[in-house]
Design a protein around this ligand. Structure first.
Ligand SMILES: [Zn+2]
Length: 301
């Protein structure tokens, strides 16, 4: 069965019983189904990111269930699953299969959290929410971007749109999300998106930091009319990320942190890697900022 068929088959199965009148509400679950749009095809450069990846345990009740290079993290609790990010819309069938491999059922996802509102991290949220009735918890600015399906992004405009989805709860900086004894704390670390959110939690006794995006690909960092405070936001966000207790660092693109290899060698707990990952990202950002301040055009690489 093709991935597109999976998605549309699921929509057809659930759309029939969706009352139109409920769509004005931000209620979770089937009320949002009729709003789900078909996803855009993957960009050519995205296809390898969406290759299958064997799921693995990270620590405690925290698992990796995403694709080769677009992340999804599952926190298993007695009251259901918290999922952080969905990858692309086209990643969802893999997440479902990966959860199954680990003895979990996608229908037990109760809460969806997001690192940042770009298509490669939240493209599947609308369909997952409709399929499971899970509640979407997001920062105010990223909730607004998800409600627009990524349209109006300060860099990408409407180019990298994904199915629109509405949040059920807006989470503020340092607020927590709890389910079945698991507690995750939101750190709103804007820059890569205006509502970029770094999540922290304990897993197996380790301090875990799930970084929001730290790169600035093609971003205009100087005199950006669509985001005047962008450089200051990045700087403050790097300060915050560096201040967080961290034994295990996680990211939206696991190839950038070698996560699968670290898991295979049992070397996931690595406070030095936390520091280095954030310091390297900050150095790359500052180099690009200096280049643009000297008159260079935004680096698209
Ligand atoms: Zn991004």
């Amino acid at each position: 069965m093709s991935k597109a068929y999976w998605l549309f088959g699921m929509l057809a199965a659930t759309a029939a019983c969706t009352p139109e009148g409920e769509l004005a509400n931000a209620a979770p679950g089937p009320a949002d189904v009729a709003q789900i749009e078909a996803p855009q095809p993957l960009l050519e450069s995205w296809v390898p990111w969406n290759a299958p990846q064997r799921p693995f345990k990270i620590a405690g009740d925290l698992y990796y269930v995403g694709a080769k290079n677009v992340s999804a993290y599952a926190v298993k609790t007695p009251d259901g699953i918290i999922l952080i990010d969905t990858g692309f819309a086209q990643t969802l069938p893999q997440i479902e299969a990966n959860l199954k491999t680990l003895g979990m059922d996608i229908s037990d996802v109760k809460i969806i959290l997001t690192s940042h509102a770009h298509a490669d991290h939240v493209g599947g949220v609308a369909a997952l929410k409709a399929k499971t009735g899970a509640r979407l918890v997001a920062s105010e600015a990223d909730a607004a971007l998800m409600a627009a399906g990524g349209r109006g992004d300060f860099t990408w405009g409407d180019d990298l749109a994904y199915p629109r989805v509405r949040a059920d709860r807006i989470v503020g900086d340092r607020e927590t999300v709890e389910l079945g004894g698991a507690v995750l704390t939101a750190h709103v670390t804007p820059g890569h998106t205006k509502g970029c959110t770094t999540w922290t939690m304990k897993a197996g006794g380790a301090d875990v930091v799930v970084l929001c995006g730290t790169s600035a690909p093609g971003y205009d960092l100087v005199d950006n009319a669509a985001y005047p405070g962008i450089a200051e936001d990045y700087a403050a966000s790097f300060d915050r990320m560096a201040s967080l207790p961290c034994d295990i660092v996680l990211a939206g693109h696991i190839e950038t942190i070698g996560l699968a290899e670290k898991a295979a060698s049992g070397a996931l707990v690595d406070p030095a890697a936390c520091k280095k990952t954030i310091a390297d990202a900050r150095a790359a950002f500052e180099k690009e900022l200096a280049r643009q301040r000297a008159g260079g055009a935004p680096d698209e690489s």
